[in-house]
Design a protein around this ligand. Structure first.
Ligand code: SF4
Length: 356
């Protein structure tokens, strides 16, 4: 790691996204206070099959979050959630104990085995039938899910491009709030840009020190009501007389999807970017900036994006083998140590998990 420097949030969307994630982890919520003890779990690049949000903040009940740790640090997918949420207090055949999932029971049986292998439920075989019993109640740990779209350069054309996505988010009401985060400028956010964006979406401005201010407050969306999924919205104009296409999103679907998104956020966090980059390159650094730790490249002299920091990078050079034997633990060189550091930092923000 290298010494402290000033981050430049507008340098690339990727770097800006990391700044927003670090700020959210440090200082969420942007209005109000943390006096009620709410804890936030922050992740990036999560959502549904149809929509991926740049940053996701899950506001958690602290007690529920601590109890969630019983189920380990890895995320629970929807099949595992079906098992752990419905596992009975006393031994029972899994088909008697679990609600009909609406898909073949063999997938449920496989999920019961997966859950037992991970130590999430107890399992035994009686009369050639698989029985299960719960170890812990799955807690209600998710209070609110907040989506942030990161647009460091929010000009008129970016606002026009972003508006339909935000309108879809508002109509669906899967997240409690949607925000746009952009770089703070001396002139603030132009009123004309605000007009292009739905009034329900909030706007945050993030400065070069990674601090955020609210330029526009969001409205709370109706997550407990059915939502509308906008599948197709005609562009309009003289030549486009096609109808918009919508789909209904039920309350149960939304509730389950919110939990699945929260679980992914819990398991992945936002520091998993290192897995998509090349920390094993001799030029890779983790730089301590005023906005937090950011990856940087000593060969390029900048905070590189995840896309350019790949094996195909022309300046990629593997860590010299000597780095892995002299002064570094046997588990690997500096690159492996950076990945372990990021994993440790993620764990520190999950109450109830043991630090290694
Ligand atoms: S040289 Fe290329 S691969 Fe190596 S750290 Fe820099 S951007 Fe990443």
């Amino acid at each position: 790691m290298s010494g402290e420097s000033r981050a430049v949030p507008g340098e690339s969307e990727f770097v800006f996204e990391l700044c927003v994630c670090q700020w959210a982890e440090r200082a969420w919520p942007p209005c109000g206070s943390r006096d009620d003890g709410t804890v936030s779990v922050v992740a990036r690049q999560l959502g549904t099959k149809h929509r991926r949000w740049d940053t996701v903040v899950v506001e958690c009940d602290p007690e529920g979050l601590a109890r969630r740790a019983n189920f380990g640090e890895r995320e629970l997918d929807s099949d595992l959630l079906h098992v752990v949420r419905n596992a009975p207090a006393e031994w029972a055949w899994y088909r008697d104990a679990l609600p009909d999932p609406g898909y073949p029971w063999r997938y449920v049986r496989a999920a019961v085995h997966r859950a037992a292998d991970r130590g999430l439920v107890e399992r035994r075989r009686r009369d050639n039938r698989i029985q299960l019993r719960r170890k812990w109640d799955y807690p209600a740990w998710v209070e609110r899910v907040v989506a942030i779209e990161n647009k460091p350069d929010l000009d008129a054309s970016a606002a026009r491009d972003l508006a339909p996505q935000l309108q879809r988010d508002v109509a669906l009401g899967l997240a409690d709030e949607v925000w746009v985060a952009t770089v703070a400028t001396a002139d603030g956010v132009e009123p004309a840009l605000l007009e292009d964006l739905p009034v329900e979406a909030g706007i945050l401005t993030v400065d070069a020190d990674g601090r955020a201010d609210v330029a526009w407050h969001p409205r709370t969306l109706a997550v407990d009501d059915p939502g509308t999924r906008i599948l197709d919205r005609p562009g309009g104009g003289d030549r486009d007389a096609s109808a918009a296409r919508f789909e209904y999103a039920g309350v149960d679907w939304k509730r389950d999807k919110r939990t699945v998104i929260a679980e992914r956020a819990y398991g992945r966090g936002w520091r998993d970017y290192a897995g998509a980059m090349r920390p094993d390159c001799r030029h890779f650094r983790l730089t301590d900036t005023r906005a937090g730790f950011l990856p940087s490249c000593s060969a390029k002299g900048c905070h590189q994006s995840a896309a350019e920091c790949a094996g195909s990078c022309p300046e990629f050079e593997p860590e010299p083998p000597a780095w892995r034997t002299k002064g570094w633990p046997v588990e690997g060189g500096p690159g492996a140590a950076i990945e372990r550091l990021l994993a440790r930092q993620r764990r520190r923000h999950r109450p109830g998990l043991e630090a290694d």
